[in-house]
Design a protein around this ligand. Structure first.
Ligand SMILES: Nc1nc2c(ncn2[C@@H]2O[C@H](COP(=O)(O)OP(=O)(O)OP(=O)(O)O)[C@@H](O)[C@H]2O)c(=O)[nH]1
Ligand SMILES: [Zn+2]
Length: 196
């Protein structure tokens, strides 16, 4: 059973947060992480960002996706208005970093992000968002505003026991390298993106 193993105060460049680690046991080296802004009011609808790990984007500022910029924008929003960010260990939409890099090579041969996943024998998106609702429930959160452009996340929350009050868009201005990636998100996954 996944549970909170530890929490600690974490001052960051965005502001003051508490970081929590969720895992089945304390020897887990890849726990899901939760960043709670110090100004969060748990008696109101809580602003929530569900972020899937993307080492290439979050850490190395890859231009192939919008993850790093979304992480930064979400942390700024959450610091300003209060809220929490769930950092879920779902690298590459849960196919792992090695398979994601295999997919990148296929993309360099002309496949889009979905075709590459399917070619490798994976679903377009292998993520299980029940991890997110389990953590929210453990934190006693019953009503949220969700920062996302992803209709799947919205559908998932709406069928859970957590109330979705509103969606907060998290659109990043496209660059040359991620333009096609974002177009596939819009066309295939139905993400709410303007892409102007
Ligand atoms: N398999 C695969 N995963 C990718 C690729 N590019 C980014 N990812 C992963 O996709 C995840 C981010 O998911 P997205 O669908 O971009 O965004 P989202 O978080 O579901 O939607 P938003 O809430 O609107 O941001 C991260 O785990 C990334 O590692 C890719 O080309 N292939
Ligand atoms: Zn990414």
């Amino acid at each position: 059973m996944m549970k909170k193993q530890i929490e600690a105060k974490l001052p960051t460049e965005w502001g003051k947060f508490t970081i929590m680690a969720y895992a089945d046991n304390e020897n887990d080296w890849m726990p899901h992480l939760v960043m709670v802004s110090d100004n969060t009011d748990f008696s109101k609808d809580v602003n929530v960002r569900i972020h899937s790990e993307c080492i290439t984007g979050d850490l190395f500022h890859s231009k192939k996706c919008d993850c790093g910029k979304q992480l930064d924008a979400a942390m700024k929003y959450i610091h300003k208005y209060g809220g929490i960010l769930l950092y879920l260990r779902q690298e590459g939409r849960s196919i792992g970093i090695i398979n994601k890099l295999k997919a990148y090579n296929l993309q360099d041969e002309g496949m889009d992000t979905v075709e590459a996943n399917l070619k490798l024998g994976f679903p377009a998106d292998a993520r299980d968002f029940s991890i997110a609702t389990d953590i929210l429930t453990d934190l006693g959160i019953t009503s949220i505003n969700l920062l996302t452009n992803n209709p799947e996340k919205i559908k998932y929350i709406e069928k859970s026991y957590i109330t979705l009050k509103k969606r907060i868009p998290l659109e990043i201005y496209p660059n040359k390298e991620n333009k096609n990636y974002l177009k596939t998100k819009k066309d295939y996954f139905g993400h709410f993106l303007d892409l102007k």
